[in-house]
Design a protein around this ligand. Structure first.
Ligand SMILES: Nc1ncnc2c1ncn2[C@@H]1O[C@H](COP(=O)(O)OP(=O)(O)OP(=O)(O)O)[C@@H](O)[C@H]1O
Ligand SMILES: [Mg+2]
Length: 544
């Protein structure tokens, strides 16, 4: 399929009929059971733009600096090699990677905000993804945790919004970002605000579950340029007619794979089908299972695939430590680690390092938090069973370091960026390699180093084998990626099942049963003597 930029795609008769989206897009949805069925709309539908067609989105031609435009293929290849970029694209070729924000020729207000935030140069993913997004292309971006994917879509998104015909009261947003959890959506919205602080006309709305729906409704109806949302609540608003997709020409799925995992695939597909013809779509994650590639093939127009380094693998900034324990020792061993860490910090005059303890279930989260508090440690819990106010206050306390330990379910595993987290402890290992990659990626961000300690039991041997392989691959510089995603996992498991018994025996012989510590001297001050244990079932924290 050859690439058709958004502004050249078949113009559709995108109209708003009684506030319902109707497009002649080949993906358009003619199903009466549509999630966005007009019959489900409330009488309070947005009024003034009701009978007007949405103005066409604008994709003004974008050019980088002359210096970049003059680069020859050899130089481009050299930059990609240096930045560890793997780029594939149908024609036309992917835009040139750009190693300075100045060469990106961004709106001066955005440049001012980039400088204000002390971003001196783009990270690898930004260097390649931003020119792609700025030139109106679709993108599938995969780069390790903490590598700056948020700004890679936020900055071009703001530039895109600035170029559009102003929104009118009752119009839907120009850009939509969907993220899997409320806290992540809130964090992304803050970043949008951070890079648009000099652009007064750009308004954003955060649309997540657990928060005041009335306030969201009135913000949406008044009109905002950017909506950052969790899928469930956003779809509620679409169904109630509080907003529409008719002007969305920049669509981002952050942690795209997680949202499919959460069962939002039908809704996400429907959103993608209902977007106006002229739009661009960007999908990001640190892990890219095949399911995402399938979705991208269906809905993205000749996307550029950008991979930085080793796909779906733990960041090499984190020193990974695996410790075998028995299930009922786990909490004691955790206390040993944390109490030791506290005393080392006290001795060295350092503050207690910010630590996230991941557990499998909500109830266990509270139980572990109580045990830590009883031991005199400062801990809060974050899980889907808590009220939104409690969730926000727990994260606020942790971000401000007034509490040093966050005990969380996987609700905190994706995207959260808390400066200063130096230790991630998996009290219970997750079920999948992807979750492990994201969990330990809460430390070792933006080029800093971190430590992870994972307790495991016999039931975790399959994942432990994968983690060991990842560690060995990182040590040997092997850049082969893991097969991830449901299909790949099923295949792997089938193969593994046959050898399960033998593997366990072999692991024992190889000493996996013993506490296995892989810690460089520089991290030793953060470690206790040793420790170990594990088990559980899936947590239903994903209630957004
Ligand atoms: N160009 C840059 N210069 C300096 N710091 C940056 C730059 N880009 C991003 N950062 C910082 O790096 C940190 C990580 O960024 P971000 O949260 O976007 O990572 P991510 O790739 O989305 O990670 P994850 O996969 O965990 O979601 C943030 O604190 C961000 O402010
Ligand atoms: Mg992110």
């Amino acid at each position: 399929m050859s690439y058709v930029p958004p502004h050249m795609r078949n113009s559709t008769s995108t109209t708003i009929d009684n506030n319902t989206i109707s497009t002649s897009n080949s993906h358009s949805n003619n199903n009466n059971n549509s999630l966005f069925n007009p019959s489900r709309r409330t009488s309070a539908a947005p009024p003034p733009s009701r009978f007007l067609s949405a103005p066409d989105p604008l994709f003004p031609p974008w050019q980088p600096s002359q210096r970049v435009s003059r680069m020859n293929p050899h130089q481009i290849e050299e930059v990609r090699l240096r930045l560890n970029l793997d780029v594939t694209s149908d024609s036309p070729a992917a835009p040139t990677p750009i190693e300075s924000f100045t060469d990106m020729c961004l709106d001066p207000s955005i440049m001012k905000d980039i400088a204000y935030h002390d971003y001196t140069r783009p990270t690898s993913i930004q260097a390649q993804a931003m020119p792609i997004a700025l030139s109106g292309r679709d993108l599938l971006g995969c780069a390790e945790t903490g590598s700056g994917k948020t700004a890679a879509f936020t900055i071009p998104m703001i530039q895109h919004c600035v170029a559009q015909t102003p929104i009118r009261r009752g119009d839907g947003p120009l850009a939509l970002v969907l993220a899997p959890t409320r806290e992540l959506a809130q964090q992304i919205e803050k970043e949008v605000k951070a890079f648009s602080r000099s652009i007064e006309s750009l308004k954003t709305a955060i649309v997540v579950g657990g928060s005041n729906i009335e306030k969201q409704r009135s913000e949406l109806k008044a009109g905002v340029e950017v909506v950052v949302a969790t899928p469930g609540r956003f779809i509620d608003h679409l169904q109630q007619g509080n907003t529409s997709l008719s002007r969305v020409s920049f669509f981002v799925l952050d942690e795209a794979d997680r949202m499919l995992d959460m069962g939002f695939e039908p809704q996400i597909r429907e959103v993608m089908r209902s977007l106006p013809d002229k739009h661009q779509t960007l999908l990001f994650s640190a892990t890219m299972p095949v399911e995402i590639e399938v979705l991208a093939k269906e809905y993205l127009s000749s996307p550029v695939h950008v991979k930085v380094g080793k796909v779906s693998s733990p960041t090499t900034n984190v020193l990974q430590n695996l410790v075998k324990v028995s299930e009922n020792e786990k909490i004691d061993r955790l206390l040993d680690v944390l109490v030791e860490e506290a005393s080392q910090a006290e001795k060295s005059g350092h503050p207690f390092p910010l630590t996230i303890v991941f557990v499998e279930r909500k109830t266990r989260c509270d139980e572990v938090t109580e045990a830590l508090i009883a031991q005199g440690l400062s801990a809060v819990s974050l899980h889907g069973g808590r009220s939104q106010g409690e969730r926000e206050s727990a994260l606020h306390d942790f971000r401000s370091s007034s509490t040093n330990i966050l005990v969380a379910t996987d609700v905190a595993s994706r995207g959260l960026d808390v400066t200063g987290v130096s230790h991630v402890i998996n009290l219970d290992l997750p079920k999948t390699m992807e979750d492990y990659v994201h969990r330990i990626g809460r430390t070792g961000r933006a080029g800093s180093t971190g430590l992870s300690t994972s307790f495991y039991t016999d039931r975790d041997m399959f994942l432990v084998a994968n983690i060991r392989k990842a560690i060995a691959d990182a040590e040997s510089g092997n850049t082969l990626s893991f097969a991830t995603g449901k299909f790949a996992r099923r295949k792997e498991k089938e193969a593994a099942a046959a050898q399960k018994e033998a593997n366990i025996a072999v692991s024992k012989n190889m000493g996996i049963g013993a506490a296995s510590v892989n810690i460089e001297d520089k991290y030793k001050f953060m470690m206790s003597a040793s420790n170990n244990k594990g088990e559980g079932t899936a947590d239903s924290a994903w209630d957004d």
